[in-house]
Design a protein around this ligand. Sequence first.
Ligand code: ADP
Length: 268
Amino acid sequence: MSTQTSTDTKQSDRSDTPLVHAVNVTKAFHGNEVLKGIDMDVHTGEVVCLLGPSGSGKTTFLRCINQLETIDGGRIWVDGDLMGYEDRSGTLHRLNDKRIAAQRREIGMVFQRFNLFPHLTALENIMEAPVQVKGEKKKAVRGRAMELLAQVGLKDKPNAYPAQLSGGQQQRVAIARALAMQPKLMLFDEPTSALDPELVGEVLKVMRQLAQDGMTMIVVTHEMGFARDVADRVVFMDGGVVVEQGPPGEVISNPQHERTRSFLRRMR
Ligand code: ADP
């Protein structure tokens, strides 16, 4: 993200700088503190799964990363740029809409509900943002969109409208649509939880492939098998704090905290 100019909001250019660097992030809704000081680093190419009971703040944290929510305290940098503006006194302010839009372009997000444009075909859904937001030429984008459709296993569906696709197919189009912006980071917010069970696998398969291809991903999920197999690191959240984190082999197979153990027991 190149629009950031003031030096005081820039991280140093060390090569080990995490792609996402969150420090002591807090967020409350109407006095209800939902994030109570979250620290999290995610490095380029890493796949991090956020686990935890419903209401623990996972989605809110994800939404803070691309500024769908404004944080109350702490700091979040994405690719070295502070996701907010710091004044001389150190107070954090929301960026103006143009700057937010510029930063969001670098971050793909896939929601629980696919939110495809119902009046556009699969191909048109994928082409929409690169053409309308980035101003890319339709012809160039079309080729890339067709490749993305193939990547998500839907190369024979360019002209289908969302209503003609299953939930799993729609979610795969939504993933392709996010990828069309060539993001540095992909955020997934329970991407399979609205799907019928038999459609979950096809979406997870696309996500597995994306992870294998080296995409940096933060995934809120209840799919323990996916977290165990695909995540480099799992972060267990409860009550707005990170309770424990580490490789899935450690946190899922041998959790250190009772809260993690009790959550995992309930997931079985
Ligand atoms: P999780 O993703 O772990 O289920 P969420 O981040 O969705 O948790 O929610 C954490 C808490 O914040 C919940 O109690 C939820 O009701 C509350 N919350 C989330 N978004 C809002 C909002 N926009 N307004 C008020 N409360 C919210």
